[in-house]
Design a protein around this ligand. Structure first.
Ligand code: SAM
Length: 280
């Protein structure tokens, strides 16, 4: 391995068997390892017999440490960045230093592996073709509700990280924003001894957790909004399917049934009439 370089190294999210041989090789070959919590990473290094200097790089020293790490890489060293679990830079430290290395022309390489979000999505049973990652919702009630309200029309499967002590409040707020019938997958303690995956509705999840104490780490995958709710036609689009022969009243009703507002339905009926007149 030649420097300068930054390697973003994924670590297991619960099962050490998921640590890849290449990840071990890269950590052994790096000049130093930047870690979110050096104590957590030291345990991993000991288990895999990796002896390397550790530098802490975590939420509260990111800026100061970034200078130091970049200087060392500029001088030709190879830095491997790890977080406590999963992929660095995904709801974990890493984004800023990757951006900085990109800006400075320092090569950045991925050593892929576990990511709780993708792991949960892949076993959820929900649509996986299109999804969005929302990370952690705010712990502040108002901000959390505003964020969820803004997602009410989101058609892609939405992925959230959640802590057990916030789970009940989050499920309640999700039910208000998305409706109790919306499906949710709760991925708990993935890859660990007590791994659990529950595909249910928001209403049933609320009932379940009113009787059961939430424990462990959770990924929540919420089904996107149904197409019928989301796909509101424009008046122009709706007018194409209206008949110029029909009465304005019938056309307004037909446009309303397609989900248009009253004003837009009148406009669609008018456009259909105008189109029919042009054809005559
Ligand atoms: N960077 C990590 C990744 O790639 O998965 C995520 C780090 S984030 C600080 C930690 C959150 O990820 C937890 O609060 C939980 O929501 C989720 N998580 C991590 N490990 C998990 C697991 N084994 N089962 C379920 N969720 C997990």
């Amino acid at each position: 391995m030649e420097g300068p370089a930054l390697y973003i190294v994924a670590t297991p999210i619960g099962n050490l068997g998921d640590f890849s041989p290449r990840a071990v090789e890269v950590l052994r070959g790096a000049d130093f390892i930047a870690a979110e919590d050096t104590r957590v990473t030291q345990k991993l290094l000991t288990r895999f017999e990796i002896a390397k200097p550790l530098v802490s790089y975590y939420a509260h020293n990111l800026r100061a440490r970034e200078e130091e790490l970049v200087q060392r890489m500029r001088a030709g060293e190879v830095c491997a960045l790890v977080s406590d679990a999963g992929t660095p830079a995904i709801s974990d430290p890493g984004e800023a230093i990757v951006a900085r290395c990109r800006a400075e022309g320092i090569p950045v390489y991925t050593v892929p592996g576990c990511c709780a979000a993708v792991s949960a999505l892949s076993v959820s049973g929900l649509p996986t073709g299109k999804f969005c990652f929302e990370g952690f919702l705010s712990a502040k009630t108002k901000e959390r509700r505003t964020a969820l309200a803004a997602l009410s029309g989101e058609m892609r499967t939405m992925i959230f990280y959640e802590a057990p002590h916030k789970l009940r409040a989050t499920l309640g707020d999700m039910a208000v924003a998305f409706g109790e019938a919306r499906r949710i997958f709760l991925g708990r303690e993935l890859t660990k001894l007590h791994e659990e995956g529950i595909l249910t509705t928001l209403g049933d999840a609320i009932r379940l957790y009113s009787e059961t104490e939430p424990r462990g780490e959770y990924v929540l995958c919420v089904e996107g909004a149904p197409q019928a709710v989301q796909e509101t036609l424009t008046a122009e689009e709706a007018s194409l399917s209206l008949s110029g022969e029909a009465s304005a009243r019938d056309n307004v009703r037909a446009a309303r049934e397609k989900g248009l507002s009253r004003n837009e339905a009148y406009r669609a009926a008018l456009l259909a009439k105008q189109a029919a007149e042009r054809e005559d």
